[in-house]
Write a protein that binds this ligand. Structure first.
Ligand code: FAD
Length: 448
């Protein structure tokens, strides 16, 4: 018994050893952090310590001071998920994409190391998995979204087999590059599901990186590569869709539209797709498959009064304020904001949220309006990238005074080397609210 308990501890702590852990006992966060089961009141409670939660925690921790802000977050590790495209593509390691949560948690906030289990906005109350009850004056919900591998028959078991990977989970992202390396020819399939997802460009970016890897390693002429997407278009923004469709044609990457993955049969190496217009089931043999799982809102939000009819946190698309509870805001992947779910969008949203929630705290109207800004660095090979940036109307909202629809080496450096730095030292520290200021400056104030 003792032995198996010890083994459990060793097994569960081993991945964390890769990260720079805080010294034992040297808790960086406030000593007032409540013990499990305690009742505690905060001026501001933030639920979720991902990109959006930590960024808001940094901003409001500075504004409101020690002891007034808490972040409810159960995970020990914080990942910079946009790097997983490059981890799956063999350019970066999983270790490079993560840091100990203790190291990114702002000094000025209390860390409630538990999951939120129940929201009672009428009572300004959040109940946590460890029994802690938090009441608040203001609430920010920033809990990300749920991956639903289990909604595809045969998953997640199929990940135990070679040739199956997925960049969307820290558990499976390293399997992607292994599958790419092991592939010696045959059919390679990249999927896009029939749900909203985070970073809608990621399912095809990994295809471009794999294509490039196989070209460099003399495997490409033995490969049939297909992109099986539930969507009727390759990308939601017309300008970039036209460029990407052309790129796929030039590189002989076959796009099968309206194909939704419903089953993986790993011992036969078969993937079954449903054609969403005809209902026909079509079986594709594969030698390698990259899976983007269905995604959706978290159960805890779906069952809460905060949810819209689907389960996303029901906020005003311009102010980010909840449509029924004025002291509640939401940002990031869990929100109902009808834009592409990205860390870039989170950055722009956090600036708006800070202004609008600050106004509410000062008994003023929220005056700042979010335009839906989001961005997707479409990596097209190792060393090249198209930087897509757009708004709610799916109109390009480009930062640089060049045509960003062109594949560029500079944009690759931005994606691979500059953006991670902006994330860790700008966004998470609450000092980066997106490139709006630079866009206006570079366009001499003439752009949006
Ligand atoms: C493969 C991949 C590629 C991507 N590429 C890009 C890119 O190129 N550019 C870009 O801008 N974005 C990209 N993204 C998207 C980006 O990572 C997300 O949009 C962003 O992380 C969203 O931030 P968030 O804070 O809303 O959610 P997250 O960062 O996912 O954080 C949510 C947090 O909530 C916590 N949580 C969950 N349940 C609970 C609970 N019950 N109680 C308390 N806390 C909870 C989680 O532990 C987590 O820490 C990519 C994502 C992936 C997976």
């Amino acid at each position: 018994m003792a032995c198996s308990a010890l083994r459990t501890v060793v097994l569960t702590t081993r991945p964390l050893l890769q990260f720079r852990a805080a010294p034992a006992g040297a808790l960086h966060f406030s000593t007032t952090t409540p013990a499990a089961g305690e009742k505690k009141h905060y001026k501001l409670c933030i639920v979720g310590g991902g990109a959006a939660g930590i960024s808001n925690g940094s901003k409001f921790g500075r504004k409101l001071g020690q002891g007034n802000v808490c972040i409810v977050e159960p995970s020990e590790v914080h990942y910079y998920q946009p790097m997983w495209t490059l981890v799956g593509g063999g350019v970066k390691s999983l270790t490079q994409s993560g840091k100990a949560m203790a190291d990114v948690m702002p000094q000025t906030v209390d860390w409630i190391k538990a999951g939120a289990e129940e929201f009672s906005p009428e009572n300004n109350l959040v109940r946590c998995s460890d029994g802690t009850e938090i009441t608040y004056d203001y609430l920010i919900v920033a809990m990300g979204l749920q991956l639903h591998y289990e909604k595809v028959k045969g998953l997640p078991e199929a990940f135990q087999y070679d040739g199956v990977g997925s960049n969307f989970s820290s558990k499976y992202v390293e399997k992607t590059f292994r599958a790419i390396q092991d592939f010696k020819g045959g059919n390679a399939i990249f999927t896009f599901p029939n749900t909203p997802i985070k970073c809608a460009g990621a399912p095809q970016k990994i295809m471009y990186l794999a294509d490039d890897y196989w070209t460099r390693n003399n495997v490409r002429d033995k490969a049939n590569i297909s992109y099986n997407t539930a969507l009727p278009v390759v990308f939601g923004v017309k300008k970039y869709a036209a460029i990407l469709a052309d790129l796929c044609q030039r590189r002989n990457l076959k796009i099968n539209y309206r194909h939704n993955l419903v089953e993986v049969i790993p011992d036969k190496k078969e993937a079954v797709f449903e054609h969403l217009d005809t209902g026909e089931k079509i079986t594709f043999p594969y030698d390698m498959i990259h899976i983007t799982p269905p995604m959706g809102p978290l159960e805890v939000l779906k069952k809460s009064p905060l949810a819209d009819s689907v389960g996303w946190v029901d906020v005003d698309k311009q102010t980010l304020q909840h449509v029924r509870y004025p002291n509640v805001f939401s940002t990031g992947d869990c929100s109902s904001l009808p834009t592409s779910k990205t860390a870039a969008a989170v950055a722009a949203q956090c600036g708006i949220l800070y202004n609008n929630l600050s106004a509410i705290m000062d008994s003023q109207e929220p005056g700042k309006k979010y335009d839906g800004y989001t961005s997707c660095p479409l990596v097209t090979s190792r060393g090249k990238c198209i930087l897509a940036e757009f708004d709610y109307d799916l109109q390009p909202l480009e930062t640089f005074p060049v045509d960003q629809g062109k594949e560029r080496r500079t944009m690759w450096h931005l994606k691979a080397n500059v953006m991670p730095e902006i994330y860790w030292t700008g966004l998470l520290k609450g000092r980066w609210a997106g490139p709006g200021f630079y866009r206006k400056a570079m366009r001499l104030g003439m752009g949006k």
